[in-house]
Design a protein around this ligand. Structure first.
Ligand SMILES: N[C@@H](CCC[C@H](N)C(=O)O)C(=O)O
Length: 292
């Protein structure tokens, strides 16, 4: 007998996701099923997939169940697993709110990058969602990224997932970004990397494009925007953990704007929108073929 599988579609600053509510972890989501669901022509379409599971029901999150009821089992659009997705956490929280599992205010969400604290603002104050993204790690060592015969030094920033942030003169220098920009040394990112290209827009205000590992160029990346804000702050000589003053950066992406604050304790907060656009049911005969 075939089971009925519900889905929703949502986005955060146009980083879009297929959402599969599955509290008991009963839906088998193979990498090929995820890639088929995220396919923009033959599937539903998305940069990634948010599998919504109770932490207690998932082997990767059981140890976090006493701190966060829900686990964001995040997958990239190509079916690969990633540690964290900043825009995804906001959309995940919006889904929980819509489904009646969460209300405006504070919420804890388990991810492979640890438990994230989420604040859902009241609708009358815009309804934006703020996520405590944790601290950035800045591994030492020179990294370069390239597009065609152009090459730039990049800042290695880890937001739970890996980023290479390159400051360029113009965002068009990144080209069409159909291919993942090569990086060196290979040892800097043994599991691949998300690459951000950044230009200044004004004081503590930047614009960026991103090529995401496992998804290609996307219209927004939350962890990428945090990595960019930290790299831009250090470039501006600002380190809140040294100055004791928070640093806030506005980050413009093709899909919208995110506001990132790094606090004196190094903790980073990201604020932006999250929208649910559709819901429906996956055709079970298609899903069975897609999963094979
Ligand atoms: N879009 C995300 C990041 C998703 C994971 C990334 N592609 C990776 O493989 O690390 C975000 O908003 O942070």
């Amino acid at each position: 007998m075939s089971t009925r599988i519900a889905f929703l579609k949502g986005h955060g600053t146009e980083n879009d996701f297929v959402i599969i509510p599955d509290p008991d972890n009963a839906v088998e989501l193979s990498p090929s099923a995820v890639a088929a669901l995220c396919d923009r022509r033959a599937g539903i379409g998305g940069d990634g997939l948010l599998h919504v599971v109770r932490s207690a029901a998932h082997p990767d999150a059981r140890h976090l169940a006493d701190r966060a009821e829900w686990f964001m089992d995040y997958r990239n659009g190509d079916g690969s697993v990633a540690e964290m997705c900043g825009n995804g956490v906001r959309v995940f929280a919006r889904y929980l709110q819509r489904a009646g599992h969460a209300v405006e205010g504070d919420l804890a969400v388990a991810t492979r990058g640890g438990v994230k604290t989420v604040h859902i603002a009241k609708e009358e104050s815009g309804g934006d969602i703020t996520v405590g993204m944790g601290k950035a790690l800045l591994p030492e060592g020179d990294v370069t990224v390239s597009v065609g015969d152009r090459r730039w030094p990049a800042r290695n920033v880890n937001m739970g997932n890996p980023h290479a942030v390159a400051f360029v003169d113009d965002l068009s220098e990144a080209g069409d970004l159909y291919e993942a920009p090569p990086f060196s040394p290979a040892s800097a990112y043994p599991d691949g990397v998300n690459v951000e290209f950044v230009v200044p827009r004004g004081p503590q205000h930047v614009a960026m494009r991103v090529h995401e590992r496992g998804a290609g160029e996307t219209r927004s990346c939350g962890t990428g925007a945090c990595a960019v804000a930290v790299a831009a702050a250090r470039k501006d000589g600002l380190d809140p953990t040294v100055t004791g003053a928070p640093a806030t950066y506005t980050v413009d992406l093709p899909g919208g704007r995110l506001v990132i604050t790094e606090r004196p304790d190094g903790e980073i907060e990201m604020t932006g929108g999250a929208v649910i656009v559709a819901e429906g049911e996956i055709a079970s005969e298609w899903f069975e073929t897609a999963s094979a």
